[in-house]
Design a protein around this ligand. Sequence first.
Ligand code: UDP
Length: 193
Amino acid sequence: MNKETYMGVDVSPLSYEEITKELNQRIQDNQQSTIIAVNPEKIIASQNDETLRDLINGSTYQIPDGVGVLLASRLKGGEIRSRVTGVDMMDRLLQMAAEEGYRVFFYGAKEEVVSKAISNIQETYPSIQVAGYENGYVQDQEALIQKINDAKADIMFVALGSPKQEQWIRANKERLPVKVFQGVGGSFDVYAG
Ligand code: UDP
């Protein structure tokens, strides 16, 4: 897959439409994908943190969520032409899920935040298939893994803050039927309003 590299950190030079289209195909092909948002702060932090850099570069898509990455691409003659933000990427995936009938699981944030976010999302996308949800403070991880498996989730949004959410995805993705994981930080709070 085509990438641009900034100080050793990969960034995908793809638009929302291109990523969404590829992800839809990857779901059909039964391939697992992970999405991480990249901004200049994470690129700087990666200089002294090999684990963080591996977490970013090991993801399928590193979206340029930050105007600094866009500027760097312009200066370097790269192809990134617009920001791809975490919350807007999530919205595109919700739209795709509603259209295609993919089952969505939401994990993270406080109980009242995640449940309110889901009810707002259901208002915007009435046909969305909510596979299930869990707040981000649950202790029993084995029960959570079982719950996501039982829910037969296709797409999962993980909102535990970064890099905790990406570490969680990396540690658990092989035990889950989920095809697309996105670490979304504070996005459930945004949807909850
Ligand atoms: N959070 C959580 N469990 C934790 C720590 C954080 O569910 O153990 C949630 C928190 O409630 C908030 C989100 O993760 O909804 C973190 O958002 P933040 O804006 O801090 O993340 P960032 O976008 O900066 O990565």
